[in-house]
Design a protein around this ligand. Structure first.
Ligand SMILES: Nc1ncnc2c1ncn2[C@@H]1O[C@H](COP(=O)(O)OP(=O)(O)OP(=O)(O)O)[C@@H](O)[C@H]1O
Length: 285
């Protein structure tokens, strides 16, 4: 399990994170969601052994981070936010180097990732575009089939096709029991991929739960077509266009709203879940 508890990190007087707690179990993908500067990278850098917290605790496989990183290092796959490997090295040489570090790398799996992502082995790292550098970072993070994956905005710079292939690779790791922490500010990908979310705002976890529960927190969008003037539903907030009224109804109020609506005259209704982005914006107000 990956576990952080009341984690706090200051950079001098500047707040990095204030109070961050969440956990990622084996076979689970947890999305760490937050806007720029919320504290995702700070949290991840403590978990990957680069920073020492001022307070609180971080564990991977019951080893205390960053102090016991060496005991668990070979079981971690990490994609940093900014990928910078050995500029002058050809990718094929980099892979040799990587094999020497992990020793028992499954070379068929290595080939499989190279083929899946479309990696050019004969290029030097510094010759690659941002997206192609990210592919090397993905390869390096996954190739030794680690039990713990810590991914700091891993899809930035990837085109949608490669992103999808990457999600598929992650699903395979999840099925094999990996615990995966995935930081992102793109909510649609978290919604698509993750089982749980930890929402971070100004260094604090403001919500942690199942992806579904995040949607339940929010509102439903009810489009009502052909609605005739009706006092009963005037109290609900709505937007109107030429075809319909769109009501924003909190999920817990939906039944009451529908009861009121049934006493009005209308032609048709449609109930939608809002996009996670909209939920996020509302929670962040
Ligand atoms: N080396 C540093 N010195 C001072 N302040 C820092 C340092 N690194 C981060 N911070 C501050 O800590 C806070 C959290 O930053 P962090 O990089 O963890 O956020 P983030 O959620 O990863 O953001 P982004 O999505 O932009 O990568 C920010 O206010 C940032 O300015």
């Amino acid at each position: 399990m990956i576990k952080v508890k009341n984690l706090k990190k200051y950079y001098g007087k500047n707040v990095g994170i204030e109070d961050v707690s969440f956990e990622v179990k084996e076979g689970e993908i947890v999305g760490l969601i937050g806007p720029n500067g919320a504290g995702k990278t700070t949290t991840i850098r403590i978990l990957t052994g680069f920073l020492t917290p001022n307070n609180g605790e971080a564990y991977i496989d019951n080893k205390k981070m960053p102090f016991e990183i060496d005991k668990v290092k070979k079981n971690i796959g990490y994609i940093p936010g900014e990928v910078n490997f050995y500029g002058d090295m050809k990718i094929k040489d980099f892979l040799k180097f990587n094999r020497a570090f992990y020793q028992n790398i499954d070379q068929d799996y290595e080939k499989y990732i190279i083929k899946t992502l479309g990696i050019d082995l004969n290029k030097k790292f510094k010759e690659l575009s941002l997206g192609n550098k990210k592919k090397i970072a993905i390869l390096q993070a996954l190739v030794h089939k680690p039990k713990y994956l810590i991914l700091d905005e891993p899809t930035s710079g990837l085109d949608p096709l490669v992103q999808q292939k990457f999600y598929d690779l992650l699903e395979e790791h999840k099925k094999n029991g990996a615990a995966i922490l995935f930081s992102s500010h793109i909510l649609s990908e978290v919604e698509k991929l993750c089982d749980k979310f930890a929402m971070i705002k100004e260094g604090n976890i403001v919500k942690f739960g199942n992806i579904e529960s995040l949607k339940d927190f929010s509102i439903k969008l009810v489009n009502v077509y052909g609605l005739k003037e009706c006092d009963l539903i005037k109290k609900y907030s709505f937007k109107k266009d030429s075809k319909s009224y769109t009501f924003e109804i909190r999920s817990i109020e939906l039944k009451t709203f529908l009861n009121d609506l049934l006493n009005c005259e209308f032609k048709d209704i449609e109930i939608k879940n809002p996009a996670l982005e909209d939920v996020f914006l509302k929670l962040y107000k």
